[in-house]
Design a protein around this ligand. Structure first.
Ligand SMILES: [Zn+2]
Length: 189
C-alpha cells in the first residue's frame, strides 16, 4: 500500500489543523480590521493592509487623492497580508461568519460511551471531517481544546488548548452567547 494513497488520520491531522487554524487566524484578523475598511487602504494607487497603512501614508505625503477605483478585497502590496472588505471578507475564504459548517454542543453519551460533553465547531463533513472540540468548565470557560481529523472508521485528535487563534475563536463564540445557547439546547433534547 502506497503511503500517498492512504494516509491515516494520525498522519493527516497536524497538517489539517495548521491549515484550518491559519484560515481562522486570517479570518479573525480580517474581522477585527473590517471596521476601518470602508475608506479602503488605498495609498497612491497601491493597496496596503492596516499594519502597513501608517508607513505607506508617511511615505506618500503628497497631494494625490487615494485611488478609490481598486476592486476589493485586496491583499497588501507591501506585505501581502489580507485587506478585508467591510464585512471582514477576504479573497479566498469569505468572512468568519461564512467559515465552517456549524457550531453546536455535543452532550455526554451522544457517541457511544463518550463521557464528556463538548462544544463543537465543525469545519467540514463527510470524508474527511474536521472539527474543533472545546471542553468547558461550569462558567463556559475553556478548559481543553482539540482538533479532530475523522475519516470513516479512523480518527485522530491533537490538543490545541494553548493555540492563540483557537482560544480567540472560542472566545468569539462564547461572547456571542453561542456556547451557552447550544449547551441549553443540547440539555433539553
Ligand atoms: Zn501590509
Amino acid at each position: 500500500m502506497s503511503t500517498k494513497e492512504h494516509q491515516t488520520c494520525a498522519e493527516l491531522v497536524q497538517h489539517s489543523f495548521e491549515s484550518r487554524t491559519d484560515d481562522l487566524h486570517r479570518l479573525f484578523k480580517a474581522q477585527c480590521d473590517a471596521s476601518g475598511a470602508e475608506d479602503g487602504y488605498a495609498v497612491g494607487g497601491n493597496a496596503v493592509c492596516s499594519d502597513c497603512i501608517d508607513d505607506a501614508l508617511a511615505e506618500k505625503q503628497r497631494t494625490e487623492p487615494p485611488d478609490q477605483n481598486l476592486s476589493r478585497p485586496f491583499t497588501c502590496t507591501s506585505c501581502n497580508a489580507d485587506i478585508p472588505d467591510e464585512d471582514g471578507g477576504i479573497e479566498d475564504l469569505g468572512n468568519l461568519y461564512e467559515y465552517g459548517l456549524s457550531f453546536d454542543y455535543v452532550a455526554p453519551g451522544t457517541f457511544g460511551d463518550q463521557p464528556e460533553g463538548y462544544a463543537r465547531f465543525q469545519i467540514s463533513w463527510g470524508g474527511p471531517s474536521e472539527e474543533y472540540r472545546f471542553y468547558v468548565g461550569p462558567g463556559f470557560e475553556l478548559q481543553r481544546a482539540e482538533f479532530w481529523y475523522l475519516d470513516w472508521f479512523d480518527g485522530a485528535p491533537i490538543t490545541c488548548t494553548q493555540n492563540e487563534t483557537v482560544r480567540e475563536v472560542y472566545e468569539w463564540f462564547r461572547q456571542a452567547g453561542a456556547v451557552e445557547t447550544e449547551y441549553q439546547k443540547a440539555c433539553k433534547e
